[in-house]
Design a protein around this ligand. Structure first.
Ligand code: A3P
Length: 291
């Protein structure tokens, strides 16, 4: 408890050295003992990496491209957020198979039953500079998160690895190293922006699906940034301002690669590139900061 108080702002705690929301820490035993099922599909990511985009793609693939069915419930209900508390776990437990589940957990914190059931997982990763900018706006907009104060302050906290869900570098490299041992498909946000059809087809193949051109087109259309931004089932407009204050920043904010250039100072960019080099060296993992 003392450690939580000293190292983290109110509302934050940690599990095995990973910074997490206090609400996640409070239900941790239940989360860790979650029972995966055969046929479950997981979308995993560090926050702000395109999770919601991939979640909608996965749901549509599971629904064989039926857009009406994909509108059957709000996004965060049809795809429960694993570690977000008892309500989402109860929803998950009563859902029919096959379920699509969302998590931001670093790989070492995944509930063991996912490995026992050999569950298919799609990990979506985004270059850290755009991820950081997106997370900054999210922190400002999400009224349940601590106030990020200045961009400069947020930049330092990101590099320290003490934002919610921990260190970006550990997160992306942890999932990357495990991808051959488990059924993990590793997808990059930048690749999806560059060629969403190519990446959609990868995900379809991974899930053993093959659709007609018409269905592929329908999925691409429904999961475009424009369509998702306008879709009240997925754009979080149902959340009140006291939770997500979208007058500060929309959840579907920009959806581009390279917005970091409008935020990083020249000096921050130098510091970041140095840290990046040190921490990513030898990982074999490469990110593009422009397409
Ligand atoms: P920006 O803040 O840079 O716009 P997550 O779902 O993991 O929280 O990620 C949110 C980020 O993904 C936001 O980035 C959001 O705009 C972007 N995003 C969501 N849906 C998208 C889509 N269909 N196409 C491109 N980007 C999308």
């Amino acid at each position: 408890v003392m450690q939580e108080l000293e190292n983290y702002p109110p509302g934050m705690g940690e599990i095995e050295g990973v910074a997490l929301l206090k609400g996640v820490c409070d239900v941790w035993d239940t989360v860790y003992n979650f029972q995966a099922r055969d046929g479950d599909i997981v979308v995993a990511s560090y926050p702000k990496s395109g999770t919601t985009w991939m979640q909608e793609i996965l749901d549509l693939i599971v629904q064989d491209g039926d857009v009406e069915k994909s509108q059957r419930a709000l996004g965060f209900i049809k795809v429960p957020f694993l570690e977000m508390g008892h309500t989402s776990l109860e929803v998950a437990n009563t859902m029919p198979t096959p379920r699509v589940l969302k998590t931001h957990l670093p790989i070492q914190l995944m509930p063991p039953s996912f490995w026992e059931k050999d569950v298919k997982m799609v990990y979506i990763a985004r270059n850290p500079k755009d991820c950081m900018v997106s997370y900054y706006y999210f922190y400002k907009m999400d009224q349940t998160l601590p106030d990020p104060e200045t961009w400069d302050n947020f930049f330092s906290t990101f590099l320290k690895g003490s934002l919610a869900w921990g260190d970006w570098f550990d997160h992306v490299t942890g999932w990357w190293k495990a991808r051959d041992e488990h059924k993990i498909l590793y997808i990059f946000y930048e690749d999806m922006i560059e060629d969403s059809r190519r990446e959609l087809c990868k995900v379809m193949r991974f899930l053993g699906k093959d659709f007609s051109e018409d269905v592929v087109k329908k999925i691409l259309h429904h999961t475009s940034f424009k369509a998702m931004k306008a879709n009240p089932m997925i754009n979080f407009s149902v959340f009140s301002e006291s939770i997500f204050d979208q007058s500060v920043s929309s959840f579907m904010r920009k959806g581009t690669v390279g917005d970091w250039k409008n935020h990083f100072l020249v000096s921050q960019n130098i510091i970041f590139d140095n840290e990046y080099k040190k921490k990513m060296e030898g990982s074999g993992l490469e990110f593009r900061t422009e397409v």
